[in-house]
Design a protein around this ligand. Structure first.
Ligand code: F6R
Length: 603
């Protein structure tokens, strides 16, 4: 996702601007650029590719300029091109901006600016901001008034920084629903979209709030209210982190950070255009056979999708583990294969898609990494936009994939007449409420889950049970546990127990049961009968449950019931935390567990 940095100093800034954008690379990006003031005009250097690629062409580190801003772009509006990379400038290059976020009213603003004679160089929403400032400057001749006038016209979300030769000693910055902070240094000040941009140079920061803007010079800064223009007194916060920790945003591990990013990742997934969902739904609706494809976690995501397609759209879409796909394959030109992959590089999934294509099948994918092999090889891709997932163990990417499959199932259900317009609206409202419900778990249940993890950290064998759509959740929860703790954990449907596995139950085998809300009726009752079966044989049962009244469990975590549609997601978040805290209790290498790679590119 995009990143912003900037430096204004009494000394050359090349090194610090370069280090600043390098430290934002972890967010993921496709292009980058810088702008700096040179002899009373602004120079821009930008391109697609990595910071080092751009640096090797443009020598960012050698810059002798003293004022500059920089950006890493993760494309949203407009393709990945040099023209669309930030910074963006006004017609005469007098106002140069970098931006994170989405300007919701940019089309209207762009039309107005075009009518007023402005010329655009890119397809981005960001460029309107530079022209808007220029437009206001033509009226007032004052940079700050032009800046404020432009900001007041913007709708949507932004973290912004701007430089101009009309005020060559300052960086202007502002935020609305996107983080922007000022770093207060010695003989230099900084701006950044997060602390990583300048943590190596100063730990003293001023955090802008929504509706505030900052004007930063070499040895001072001021923050004002956008509405009133009054100066806002800010306190300096000293970040007690070293730079390595701060790259994890203050979390001890990327896994925990990424678990905590899930509310935002879900919001991003819900803001993906209906047209993108509809395009893949078109392909699924047109196919005679649909296969959902993934491996490891993404196989469980696919299985979750299979239940959703059946339940919401009355549609048969079997999940196949991509390592087995070739052995089962009956695809032909009437088939659609929908692959799911965080990295977009997983060998088995790539090979299965290749195989299906050779047999004439249509292909689509849900992928997190733009430009990856799978994203490029399929007929249609939905880029899930979950931001970089650094921890080898997948959390936020998987949850978002499940959300996107839910959106696809809702779309298909509407088309196939299995969901009325009213039910569709209810489902969409339920999805919109989900980020807040995940936040409640993260904020209010983490302590309880951590305590439970430490209580049970010495357990050697876990069985994870679920029924119906809670079955793939139990599978994924068990995979989280085993891959990050190295503790044996197997998932299975509750109904399987009495067909052999009950023989393993004793006081040493712990069983985690993912229980649906009581409103699930028969599914709830059947799940509880699995609990009884384990209890009757002296087994220890840990319940993740929505029913505060039911106290049959030996230990339990009670969640607040959301809608029926979104109820399976919350136990998954709880199970991720349980695996994480068990791993920390056992002092495992959480972010890089043994024998697991982020991108499995071998057979
Ligand atoms: C588990 C995990 C793996 C991946 C699997 C597929 O946490 O990360 O099971 O899900 O290797 O990888 P992608 O999604 O990159 O295709």
């Amino acid at each position: 996702m995009c990143g912003i940095t900037g430096v204004v100093s009494f000394h050359p800034i090349g090194d610090r601007l370069y280090e600043g954008v390098r430290h934002l690379e972890y967010r993921g990006y496709d292009s980058c650029g810088i702008a700096f003031l040179d002899d009373h005009h602004v120079e821009i250097r930008k391109d697609i590719g990595s910071v080092d690629e751009v640096d090797s062409k443009e020598n960012i580190r050698q810059l002798t300029a003293q004022v500059g801003i920089a950006h890493t772009r993760w494309a949203t509006h407009g393709k990945v091109t040099k023209e669309n990379a930030h910074p963006h400038q006004s017609c005469h290059g007098e106002f140069v901006v970098v931006h994170n976020g989405i300007i919701a009213n940019y089309k209207r603003l762009r039309d107005e600016l075009l009518k007023a004679g402005h010329h655009f160089r890119s397809e981005t929403d960001t460029e309107v901001i530079a022209h808007l400032i220029e437009q206001h400057f033509a009226e007032s001749g004052d940079v700050e008034r032009a800046w404020v006038g432009a900001l007041r016209a913007l709708q949507g979300s932004y973290a912004l920084a701007m430089i101009s030769p009309h005020d060559p000693d300052h960086i202007y910055c502002a935020r609305h629903e996107g983080p922007l902070i000022i770093g207060v240094g010695s003989e230099s000040n900084y701006i950044g979209s997060d602390f990583n941009a300048f943590i190596d140079y100063t730990k003293s920061t001023v955090i802008l709030e929504d509706g505030e803007y900052g004007i930063v010079s070499r040895d001072s800064f001021s923050v004002k209210s956008l509405q009133s223009g009054d100066v806002v007194e800010k306190t300096i916060t000293v970040i007690p982190w070293d730079s390595e920790l701060s790259r994890k945003g203050g979390y001890p591990h990327y896994m925990l950070k990424e678990i905590h990013e899930q509310p935002q990742a879900v919001r991003s997934a819900l803001s993906i255009g209906d047209d993108e969902i509809a395009a893949v739904a078109d392909m699924m609706a047109a196919a005679r056979r649909v296969h959902l494809l993934g491996v490891g976690t993404t196989y469980y995501v696919a299985l979750f999708g299979q239940y959703l397609m059946a339940q919401l759209a009355d549609m048969d879409a079997p999940a196949v583990s991509s390592d087995e796909f070739r052995h089962l394959d009956r695809t032909d030109s009437h088939s659609l294969v929908l692959a799911i992959s965080q990295s977009g590089e997983t060998y088995d999934t790539v090979m299965s898609l290749r195989h299906a294509k050779e047999r004439g099948a249509k292909t689509a994918a849900i992928v997190n990494v733009m430009g990856s092999s799978i994203a490029r090889m399929v007929d249609r891709v939905i880029l899930q936009g979950s931001g970089p997932e650094v921890c080898v163990v997948s959390t936020k990417a998987a949850l978002v994939q499940m959300i996107l499959l839910t959106r696809l199932a809702i779309e298909l259900g509407t088309r196939r007449g299995t969901l009325s317009a009213a039910v569709r609206r209810e489902h969409e409202a339920a999805l919109a409420a989900l980020p807040g419900q995940i936040e409640t778990i993260l904020n209010e249940k983490s302590g309880l889950i951590r305590a439970a993890a430490y209580r049970h950290a010495r357990v050697q064998n876990w069985l994870f049970l679920g029924r119906g759509i809670y079955y793939p959740i139990a599978l994924e929860a068990s995979l989280k546990m085993k891959e990050v703790t190295y503790v044996h954990a197997e998932g299975m449907p509750g109904g399987f127990l009495k067909h052999g596995t009950l023989s393993l139950v004793d006081d040493k085998l712990y069983t985690l049961v993912v229980v649906p809300p009581p409103s699930a009726g028969e599914l709830y009752a059947m799940t509880m009968s699995s609990v009884e079966e384990v209890k009757a044989r002296g087994g220890f049962v840990f319940g993740i449950t929505y029913d505060g009244e039911e106290d049959i469990f030996n230990d339990r975590l009670v969640l607040s019931p959301p809608s029926e549609l979104t109820a399976p997601f919350l136990p998954l978040v709880a199970a991720q935390l349980l695996a994480y805290f068990t791993a920390t209790a056992l002092k495992r290498n959480v972010d890089k567990p043994r024998s697991l790679a982020k991108s499995v590119t071998v057979a």
